[in-house]
Ligand binder design. Structure first.
Ligand code: NZQ
Ligand code: ZN
Length: 386
């Protein structure tokens, strides 16, 4: 196993009524709270009233940044930074999905510096030395942002969606109540599931192949997502299914299953560029990219794809070459995405083939899990996805 450092200070409160722990956390911080949320789902569900009532009981002064959009943009981060600086905010309370949480991480980093948050952190990847503490109340299981140090923000006029990671940005606490996910529309359940699976794939398809327990945990998580997403789609108030999905998504990106592994993340980088140009949901982009990335790179790690096909997707290896087994496993992934209603082609989300070179040129490529990709490789992967 490769050497690694594991650090994760986020305290997780999981389960029905986990919100009962909010007052205790609020009592550990100063008076001024920045409540951050999206386009209104928490108002419609009643969670907004619950949270503001607890803040009031704890004697807090609450300021708000609302209307945080999916694929959050720099404008919202600047808005939050200004409030933090003007109002001397002690805690940022992110109530929502990954977009709200990620926007809050940008705000938290920007609030404690005179540097421009976008230029310093997201563009230049400079070190973040201090950040306003963040608390999370999660309503959408997908990104793992509730228990990790990453954030993804878009500068729309540059078509640039990029990430930033810092130990300063781990949420101080995260409240995960599966009942808050009952109101999710069907497409968000699907995108969340695809994102969770994609996070697992990014870590699972990477060297070294040395019997690392991470790989076995990954296989179990994939199976668990598949089993429970079907149940949640059928019965939105299936508490056990919702609980399992919620913990799967957190586990998929709280860095545990990446320990000792190279990790890949190029499919994510390609997706970020698609969203940077076309503002598509992250999970939709991943469902389109991942099977095509898999077909393209399978020769670099055929044994891993064979293991994946047989162990995770039940492909019968009898009478097949290794490549045929690998391809059958990849097809099973793509069929699964289609079966739950995720798009699997660029055409379905309105992205024309002509834009591919421009989109590919903006991809922030990583060294890869087994082998690097070039821009030309990205073009071929996306052309196969048309
Ligand atoms: O804005 P509201 O009204 O709250 O509605 C949201 C939004 O429209 C809705 N929603 C959330 N919880 C709901 C709900 N609707 C009904 N009931 C609920 N309980 O869902 C819509 C999508 O929300 P969003 O936060 O955008 O989704 P998600 O959690 O998938 O976050 C996606 C963003 O996270 C980034 C993605 O790139 C994308 O920008 N990622 C962040 C990562 C990280 N920080 O570690 C890693 C990921 O790979 C990803 O890149
Ligand atoms: Zn993702």
């Amino acid at each position: 196993m490769q050497a690694f450092t594991f650090y994760n200070p986020t305290k997780v409160y999981f389960g029905k009524n986990a919100i009962d722990n909010l007052a205790k956390e609020l009592n550990n911080c100063g008076k001024n709270i920045l409540l951050a949320y999206g386009g209104g789902s928490i108002i419609r569900s009643g969670l907004y009233d619950t949270v503001t009532a607890i803040c009031a009981r704890c004697g807090k002064t609450v300021y708000e940044v609302s209307g945080i959009m999916p694929n959050p943009r720099t404008e919202k981060v600047y808005e939050g930074i200004e409030i933090c600086k003007k109002r001397d905010i002690d805690l940022i309370l992110a109530v929502g999905g990954g977009s709200v949480i990620d926007c809050c991480k940008g705000i938290a980093a920007g609030a404690k510096t005179e540097r421009d948050f976008w230029q310093a952190f997201y563009r230049n990847k400079e070190e973040c030395l201090a950040a306003t503490p963040i608390g999370v109340i999660l309503t959408l299981p997908a990104t793992g942002s509730e228990m990790n140090s990453g954030s993804v923000v878009t500068k729309w006029d540059e078509n640039l969606k990029t990430d930033y990671t810092s130990d300063c940005l781990y949420p101080r606490f995260a409240i995960l109540d599966p009942t808050y996910t009952y109101t999710l529309p069907r497409n968000q359940i699907v995108y969340g599931a695809v994102d969770t699976l994609a996070h697992i794939f990014e870590q699972y398809f990477s060297a070294p192949d040395d019997g690392n327990p991470s790989d076995y945990i990954s296989e179990a998580l994939i199976e668990n997502v598949r089993d429970n997403v079907g149940k949640a789609l059928e019965n939105p108030e299936d508490y056990d299914a919702r609980s399992n999905i919620m913990w799967d998504s957190t586990m998929a990106l709280n860095r545990i299953i990446g320990c000792g592994k190279n990790q890949d993340w190029n499919s994510h980088m390609i997706e970020h560029s698609l969203s940077g140009f076309y503002d598509i949901p992250h999970g939709a982009g991943l469902a389109i990219v991942f099977p095509n990335w898999m077909r393209y790179v399978r020769g670099n790690c055929l044994k891993r794809f064979v293991r994946f096909a047989v162990k995770v997707w039940g492909v019968d290896p009898a009478g097949k070459t290794d490549d045929e087994i690998a391809l059958a496993g990849i097809q099973a992934v793509q069929d699964y995405f289609a079966s739950i209603g995720a798009p699997t082609t660029l055409t379905e989300v309105g992205i024309p083939a002509e834009r591919i070179p421009e989109i590919a040129a903006k991809v922030e490529l990583t060294p890869g899990g087994y082998a690097p990709l070039t821009v030309d490789d990205v073009i071929k992967i996306l052309q196969a996805a048309v």
